[in-house]
Design a protein around this ligand. Sequence first.
Ligand code: WAQ
Ligand code: MG
Length: 270
Amino acid sequence: MSASVRGKHVSGAEGIVPSDRVDAFIHDLLSRARGKAAGPDEIVLSIDSLDGVSIRTLRALDVVTLGLSGMEAGRAAAVTVLTYTGVSRRAAAEAISIISRGAAPSGENMRGAMIIDARTGERLEADQERGVRVTRFGWSAGEEEKTARKLEERGLSHVRTREALALATKGAFAPGLIAELCWSDDPDYTAGYVASPVLGYVRFPSLKDFGDAKGGRAYFVSKERFDETAFLAYTRTEAVLIDSPGLCRPEVSPDEFLRALETAKGSPVR
Ligand code: WAQ
Ligand code: MG
């Protein structure tokens, strides 16, 4: 589902449901689209059959929140965490700067994600207005509720967190993916995350100031090894169902988190 006001995208959502749940799911999506402050003047629904499409199952990424306050501290920690995944400090800083000024050429938010070379920060996605939209992911029956309960035990009750976790879980296993960086375009929602197949889903309470409507996503890959066809086939076509929750760890201080990374993995990329 994608809803827009005067041509500007305001909300979107995806899911995979059994065929007998399609009508109810459409109903949910429509109320989501209409629930936005500015009622949309266009809602686009697209429904694909997954008959004959192979479905990959994944366990949700482990979740941890770094105890930090303020955008400056959040962004600095996000850059540092990214360097432990293999992203250079320069590329991480570049992604943050592009997202914070509006990643589309028009200066608006993109509809999808950027693809960024983890070494140089160069953008690799063909369409910088649209970016890459990841679709075809969802939860096996009952698993979303299970994950929701585990997140709630850590005080994470917002639907955004588990939707982002599902998207990040699919994204983390994209061919060649090194890490993802994301924060919301919702002006009231300041939290964001860095996700990687190795580190899991690492949350930062604030990656932007309250009231800021700029947000986005960046997928970091290595330009030399990047296979666009395989990446797009996975993100757009392959279906992923999350069939079990990951760990939801208690909040940790950034120092403690980084010390544990150093012990486990050695030095960051500069
Ligand atoms: N595929 C790729 N990129 C997308 C997709 C998608 N399916 N959906 C959204 N984007 C891009 C697009 O540029 C949006 O402007 C941007 O991401 C942000 O989307 O743990 O809510 O839906 O509590 O606003 C982070 C949760 C929430 C932190 C992220 O993103 C937490 C969020 P939003
Ligand atoms: Mg949004």
